[in-house]
Every structure is written in structure tokens, then in C-alpha cells.
Design a protein around this ligand. Sequence first.
Ligand code: SF4
Length: 330
Amino acid sequence: MLFEDNSGPRLVGIARLAAQSETLEVKRSVEYFELETRSFLGRCSGQRMPFVWTVNPYRGCEFGCKYCYARYAHEFMELRDPDDFERKVYAKRFHPAAFREELKKIKPGEPICIGTATDPYQPAERRFRITRHILEVLARESGLDFGITTKSDLVARDCELLAAAARRNIVGVHLTITTLDAELARAIEPRAPQPDLRLGAVKKLADAGIRVAVLAHPIMPLINDSEESLDALCKAAAEAGAQAFSAAPVFLKPCAQKVFFPFLESNFPHLVRRYRERFEASPFLRGHYPEMLRERVHKIRDRHQLRRREDRPPPEWPIDPQFELFPANR
Ligand code: SF4
């Protein structure tokens, strides 16, 4: 947000904090900054989301997916070039004690999702380990219900920590995989790990007893929505040990259209007109298409005997009542 006074333009709120952020590292074409934040837990305003609380350790995301809807968040920091979202990544400064205090406001049965706006295991995590620090706090809690959504096989680094947390909390990991086609994945998610690496992470986590879902989000009409492609993906997810599989149609808000339409022009020029007609009228697909996709995915999921992401079994913790790696905090 920008307003003028006699001394020239002044930035306020998150834009001011972003402008004052200390540069931590410049890596390739990506700049890293550290950002002070008042709170790590955000309350989800969406009524239909399967979680109440959100945690996003980073602002911006280096993976640079062409359909990414989170680019709007950089606009709050007066960073309006769509590429800034993937080139200026802000690592939030983490204070474990303050985070523990924040957790006290969560009521029983209110799920937390880590990674709703940006990927918590993007390359910055190798350097800053903020997601890991968050898990170290959560693993000492009990009775929480939390999940992680990521496109990165780096999540498998924290396998033991997640397994420890799952002994006293409900824990789920959601690996987003939109296609098994490596070339297509490289085009639409240019810097995200390849699909085979993500499936490897599914296997490692599932073998450690962690509940894993594969999310084919988003499904883009005539790009990755064929029955054959979704069936192959669901089959691979089941073979890797995933328990659930889901798919959802793409939505393209204006901030995403700025990147997605040029991508279509270069890679799928024959689809440009149809996408523009649909998404310039509304960012969401309605009517026949979502219905058709729902039925297609339902059939495929049944074929491979996977659940929907929402159909979670009752909590199994404590797996081991004697488990005392960490003392319980609640
Ligand atoms: S991984 Fe998620 S947050 Fe990152 S660019 Fe892709 S869609 Fe956006």
C-alpha cells in the first residue's frame, strides 16, 4: 500500500517491512530476504477449506508454477512484477517460544495446514530450515491435527520428525503431483522437483507409517486431464504407498493469468482462445467440467482403492503409549 506525504511516498504495513528486510543471500536469479512477522499462525477465512489454521514459512516461491495463485501476496508488498514472486523470496523469522504461545489458541479439532500459499519445502528451506524448526515445535505437542502440502521431495528429509510427531498428533503429508510427464512438469512447474522424485518422497514417508495423499492440483483442461494421465498418476500414487488421491480443476485469478496466458501462447497456442474466454469471464470453472472431472477421478480412485483426501481414518495415536522421545506440552 502506498500513500503520499510531503517527504515523498511512504510504504506501510507488510510493504514497509518487506522494503526494510535484510538481504540474506542472492542465489542464481533469486534473492533471499528475512522478514519479521507478528504471527506464524493465520486463520483461514475460506468456509470450504479442510483446515482452520494456516502456516506459511516463506513469502514468494522459487518453483515458479505457471498457474500459481499466490502471486497476489507479493502485490501486498508493492512487488507488482509477476516474476518478483519467484525471484524475491522472504524467509519469516521464526521464534519457537512465540510460536508455542500461538498454538495455545488452537481449539481441539481445528486442523492446521502448512503450505497453503507458498511451498514450505522450496529451495530456501535447505538453507533456512524454518519448516523444520516449526515441525520441531509441533513434534513436542500432542493432540494437534496438522498437514503439510508440498511439491518437493525435500519433505522426506523430515521423515523421522514427522513420524515422531504422528505418535501424538494427527499428521498428514500431501504431495502435489500434476502429471507423470517429466517434460510437461518442467514446462508448467519449472523449478519444482520432477514427478519421480516426488513419488520417491511419497514412498519414503509411507514406508515410515506417515499418512500421505497425492493431490493432482490443479487439473488444466486439455493439458493434464485425460483419463489415461490421471489413471497413471493415481496408480503410481497407490504403488508408492499413498492412502488418498484427489484432483481439482485449475482456477486462474488475474495475477495468475498474467503468467499463465503467455505460457499457453508459447506451449499450447491452440488453447489460448478457449482459456481466455473462460477465465477472463470468471477465475473458476463451473458447470459441466468440474462435474465431469469429479466423476472421472471418483472412478479412477475406486479402481486403485484409494480414499479421498477428506476421508481420513480416525486418529491412531498414540501408536506407542510408551513413546517418550519428547515430553508432551499439552
Ligand atoms: S509450488 Fe505452490 S506456491 Fe510455489 S509456485 Fe508452485 S503453486 Fe505457487
